[in-house]
Design a protein around this ligand. Structure first.
Ligand code: 5GP
Length: 365
């Protein structure tokens, strides 16, 4: 097997609806086309186009959401996305998604998330741990525990993936809608929800709109990651860093002052190389801020962002970083392993992941 696939990996920045297989999107589009609800050839062209500006990416998401926002499809894509990450040896996945309402399908934010959980339970190519923290001892977890150790029963040593969920607030949402998402996350903590993400089109919405919900989430012990600095907006970048999120994503449009602040605060950065290059947020990989952050020992983790939309994979991102910045496999292994420190799950999971890396270290040398 390819070394980059064999390498155990931790994925901390993956959007559910951005990680769908093209084949699934095309199948869904064809079905809606047959029912006269979309024009299939037009949709096919959009899905198969590979280089998109950041603005075009958000238009694509609106289209993807038309194809996917019913319970059955949300369950299907969740199952497939987890199986795809597991197939390339992602051992811990923090999957983020924006809970959505769709009145025409009787969908509420809660029922959307229940459909996601159904998708997690449906995974059958790999053993899934979606909840194994001892500090949330709740009867509602009984079924989940069973799912987590189900493969041990017949003695087959199936591969295992830890999956945790982040609920995303879309920058188009109001303060009330953001608060609804945070309350839902709190309600679902015993089901593997570990944090909140702020994402969506970075030129839409104001930081102050989301701040009350994010502060409430933080007070309640949820961990927060913010899409930060995807466009030049120094005021917002400073406000976001002052909020002290547990991680940020991207950090593309930082100036000297913002770098200094980020580095002194040691906030881990989720780096999405292919996404940044394809959306032209960064003009070429050789000038990507990965190099400076890596060389200065700043906490970073390589991620895909939207493996479907940007036709990439976690293995591909590790291979790209290695070839672009001349980093040897031994150091890349260490980079993958360091990501364990930045996961939102607790110490028990961290210790178990350390063991996974210890084992892999022997076989990958
Ligand atoms: P979903 O939350 O629907 O599962 O995943 C797609 C959503 O994630 C998009 O509608 C958008 O809100 C967010 N998203 C995906 N990729 C990006 C990105 O590169 N930047 C930002 N800011 N948001 C993104």
């Amino acid at each position: 097997m390819d070394w980059w696939v064999s390498l155990p990996k931790v994925e901390l920045h993956a959007h559910l609806n951005g990680s769908i297989r093209d084949s699934t999107l095309l199948e869904l589009a064809r079905e809606l086309g047959d029912r006269g609800l979309v024009c299939f050839p037009d949709v096919e062209c959009v899905i198969l186009k590979h280089d998109r500006s950041l603005t075009e990416v958000f238009k694509l998401f609106d289209l993807i959401h038309i194809l996917t926002t019913d319970h059955e499809t949300v369950t299907r894509i969740t199952k497939e996305v987890i199986e795809d990450f597991a197939a390339e040896n992602v051992v811990y996945l923090e999957l983020r998604t924006t809970p959505k309402k769709n009145a025409s399908k009787g969908m509420t934010k809660k029922s959307y998330m229940e459909a996601v959980l159904e998708g997690i339970r449906a995974v059958n190519t790999v053993e899934v741990d979606i909840f194994s923290e001892p500090n949330f001892d709740c009867p509602a977890n009984a079924g989940i525990y069973a799912r987590s150790d189900g493969c041990a029963r017949n003695g087959t040593a199936k591969k295992k993936i830890y999956v945790r969920l982040l609920l995303s607030i879309d920058r188009r949402e109001t303060t009330e809608a953001a608060m609804e998402t945070v309350k839902l996350a709190l309600e679902m903590r015993h089901l593997g929800v570990v944090g909140i993400d702020l994402s969506g089109n970075p030129v839409i919405g104001e930081w102050l709109t989301f701040l009350p919900a994010l502060e409430f989430a933080k007070e309640q012990g949820l961990l927060i990651t913010l899409h930060c600095g995807e466009v030049p907006n120094q005021v917002e970048i400073h406000a976001m860093l002052d909020f002290l999120p547990a991680r940020i994503g991207h950090a593309c449009c930082f100036g000297e002052e913002e770098w200094a602040k980020l580095k002194s605060l040691k906030i881990p950065v989720e780096i999405c190389l292919t996404s940044n290059i394809k959306t032209e947020t960064i003009s070429s990989v050789d000038i990507h801020h990965f190099a400076d952050l890596y060389n200065s020992g700043h906490p970073i983790v390589l991620c895909t962002d939207d493996s479907g939309v940007f036709s990439t994979s976690v293995s591909g991102e590790y291979s790209l970083a290695s070839s672009s910045f001349g980093i040897q496999k031994r150091e890349m292994f260490q980079l993958a392993r360091n990501a364990v420190n930045f996961i939102f799950a607790g110490n028990k999971v961290k210790l178990e992941l350390e063991q996974v890396f210890d084992l892999a270290a022997k076989s990958l040398e």
